[in-house]
Design a protein around this ligand. Structure first.
Ligand code: 6PG
Length: 464
């Protein structure tokens, strides 16, 4: 019998996704550039093997799939995707569908959708290897009719929240990959803010990794419940036999990045949509990789962190401040999605995005339930001003401020938390300070300014 779908690229994510598809009772044909990888995959597929067809050439792959075909690409983002499409498309019928399920830059997906000589979808898949294998969160983009053609498969393999699949069509062309990029930006901010409070506990409070792990484990039973808090607890508690101590203590403090967070920051600048917490998280990764310079800085200026007296900051305040920081970075992310929706003429479904992120993906958390509700009830409002979150910010912004103030006094760098409180304060200041900017611009460039008491196009006396 012919397979219902095909998949190209049996790396970690591709193999997990193919197994997931077979596990959900769909027959799948697979192909990998290195044939031995394909053979090993099927050899190790166990119970799933009868549903998997191994193919050695692209021609064989195409011949193994029922028409109209659907073929998922799980190859590295960038040129490999274009190369794979170029090799595959000529072998396909006009109506066959190519689905790029990698982490593509959404501008590339826009271009590929426009250039495509046949049906094309770009879908964002989140959840790491485990998600791909047992239920990822899926953000679809491309022509709706093609999504509809494969949605039964994508919904079946996706994570479920209260029985509803975490797989949704987001919009035309690159909409799915765009939403995935913002997901990753938020992921960066979540991770960075957790790392920053870890720093306060380690350097400010002098706590051991395992005690810090206990704090995260406890937080994971409260409002901060989330996959990232959960794994942070586990990472902090892990033991390293080689050093006979906490594993976390011997991991090099330089963060890698494949670029999706950076894309989000760059795109936010293009959209003039402020996401300072996310940008700061990207900055923090870049700072982290400058290890030599940081060591030289420490030698020159003295080691930064000094211990924080218990009466200046508490663990509870760290929790409350982190709640505030998290709300603010999601508010920024959703506002950016709204801005892109207008700019690109998409109708990105914000509440649905919160729901799709509720399970399966890296940023899954219980807080997303309330976010979905708030975005439904207040579609035109920044999330920070939706009543449920406004109340939490009123209750917790002082804790966030306290963390940043005390941490800064003690030399602890916390770029993401600091920029989140700055965002909050800026967004609740009716009379800001850009009147000075406008005065300066008019002074040196006759750019003119508007007056509070009416009228535009004014110039100051310096213009004469
Ligand atoms: C996901 C993740 C994933 C991401 C990598 C690492 O949603 O499953 O966002 O897609 O690409 O986990 O990303 P960085 O290398 O940029 O940290």
């Amino acid at each position: 019998t012919l397979s219902q779908i095909g998949l190209i690229g049996l790396g970690t994510m591709g193999a997990a996704l193919a197994s997931n598809i077979a596990d959900n009772c769909f027959d799948i044909a697979v192909w990998n550039r290195t044939t031995s990888v394909t053979h090993d995959f099927v050899k190790n597929a166990g119970d799933l093997a009868p549903r998997i067809t191994s193919t050695d050439t692209l021609e064989d792959l195409v011949a193994a799939i029922a028409t109209p075909r659907a073929i998922i690409l799980m190859v590295p983002a960038g040129q490999p995707v274009d190369d794979q499409i170029a090799a595959l498309r000529p072998l396909l019928d006009d109506d066959d569908l190519i689905i790029d399920a990698g982490n593509a830059l959404f501008h590339d997906t826009n271009r590929r959708a426009a250039e495509a000589t046949g049906p094309f979808l770009g879908i964002g898949v989140s959840g790491g290897e485990e998600g791909a294998r047992f239920g990822p969160s899926i953000m679809g983009g491309g022509a709706r009719q093609y999504w509809d053609r494969v949605s039964h498969i994508l919904e079946a393999i996706s994570a479920k929240h209260k029985g509803t699949p975490c797989a949704t069509w987001m919009g035309e062309a690159g909409a799915g990959h765009f939403v995935k990029a913002v997901h990753n930006g938020i992921e960066y901010a979540d991770m960075q803010m957790i790392a920053e409070v870890y720093g306060v506990m380690r350097d400010g409070f002098g706590m051991s990794a395992s005690d810090i792990g206990d704090v995260f484990a406890r937080w994971n039973t409260g409002p901060l419940q989330s996959y990232l808090i959960e794994i942070s607890g586990k990472v902090a508690q892990a033991y390293d036999p080689k050093s006979d101590g906490p594993l976390l203590d011997i991991i090099v403090d330089a963060a890698g990045q494949k670029g999706t967070g950076r894309w989000t920051a760059i795109e936010a600048q293009h959209l003039a949509s402020p996401i300072p917490g996310i940008e700061a998280a990207v900055v923090a990764r870049n700072l982290s990789s400058r290890r030599q310079e940081r060591a030289e800085g420490e030698a020159l200026f003295g080691g930064a962190p000094t211990s924080i007296p218990k009466d200046q900051l508490s663990i509870d305040q760290l929790e409350m401040g982190l709640i505030a920081g998290k709300i603010l970075s999601y508010a920024q992310g959703f506002a950016m999605i709204e801005a892109a929706s207008e700019s690109y003429d998409w109708a990105l479904p914000l509440p649905e995005i919160a729901r799709v992120w509720r399970e399966g993906c890296i940023i899954r958390s219980t807080m997303l339930d309330d976010m979905a509700t708030a975005l439904t009830n207040h579609p035109d409002r920044n999330l920070m001003r939706a009543p449920a979150f406004a109340d939490q910010l009123k209750a917790h912004h002082m804790a966030l401020r306290q963390i940043v103030a005390v941490g800064t006094l003690h030399g602890i760098a916390m770029p993401a938390l600091a920029s989140s409180i700055a965002y909050f304060d800026a967004m609740r200041t009716a009379r800001g300070t850009a009147n000075m900017i406008q005065g300066q611009r008019d002074y040196f460039g006759r750019h003119s300014f508007a007056r509070l008491d009416g009228g535009e196009g004014w110039h100051g006396p310096w213009a004469d």
